[in-house]
Design a protein around this ligand. Structure first.
Ligand code: K2U
Ligand code: ZN
Length: 173
């Protein structure tokens, strides 16, 4: 298993629109394993392939308390979302240290292939519903800070660019 590098905002590759997975094979299975290892290590509850610079429609999720209920969503499609929404605080493994409110549908219904290539239907609410919407945004090249005001977004961009430069300077010493 391999820990993958998570792209960090404002890396432009995070704005790539992912293409459908065409072949559920061993390569994909290895990528899924590596994505789960990366997500668990980062204490995340979801991870989109976009975030590890693989631009295919693939998401891994585990919202369980015991971190033992992995979900793989291949070519996910949102087939229904509730009109009722909720403003919830979000973070993102690609935007470290930043948390802010995002309005999401309270419940969603998603169809996706699993690693056996079988079509699954998921009816989700609460944290799982939010996570699915957050990850599906990633597959569309959208990062949650894009829901915030331009002022907030620019401050976050400036902060993370400086943080990256400081880390690179410290590493070069
Ligand atoms: O896409 C990601 O970066 C994973 C997100 C998924 C998520 C975001 C908002 C609401 C629900 C799920 C992270 O797992 S959120 C938790 C987090 C954030 C930063 C660092 C560690 C964990
Ligand atoms: Zn994210």
């Amino acid at each position: 298993m391999t820990q993958l590098t998570i792209l960090r905002y404002p890396d432009p590759r995070l704005h790539t629109v992912a293409k459908p997975v065409t072949d559920v094979n061993q390569r994909l299975s290895q990528l899924v394993s590596d994505m789960f290892e990366t997500m668990y290590e980062a204490a995340g509850i979801g991870l989109a392939a976009t975030q590890v610079d693989v631009h295919e429609r693939l998401i891994v999720i585990d919202v369980s308390e015991k971190r033992d209920e992995p979900m793989v969503l291949i070519n996910p499609e949102l087939v229904w979302r509730s009109e009722e929404t909720r403003l919830g605080e979000e973070g993102c493994l690609s935007v470290p240290g930043i948390y802010d409110g995002v309005e999401r549908s309270l419940a969603v219904k998603v169809q996706a292939l699993n690693l056996d290539g079988q079509l699954q239907t998921y009816e989700a609410e609460g944290t799982l519903a939010v996570c699915i919407q957050h990850e599906m945004d990633h597959l569309l090249g959208k990062v949650f800070v894009e829901y915030l005001s331009p002022l907030k977004r620019n401050r976050i961009k400036t902060k993370l660019v400086k943080q990256k430069k400081d880390e690179e300077r410290d590493a070069a010493r």
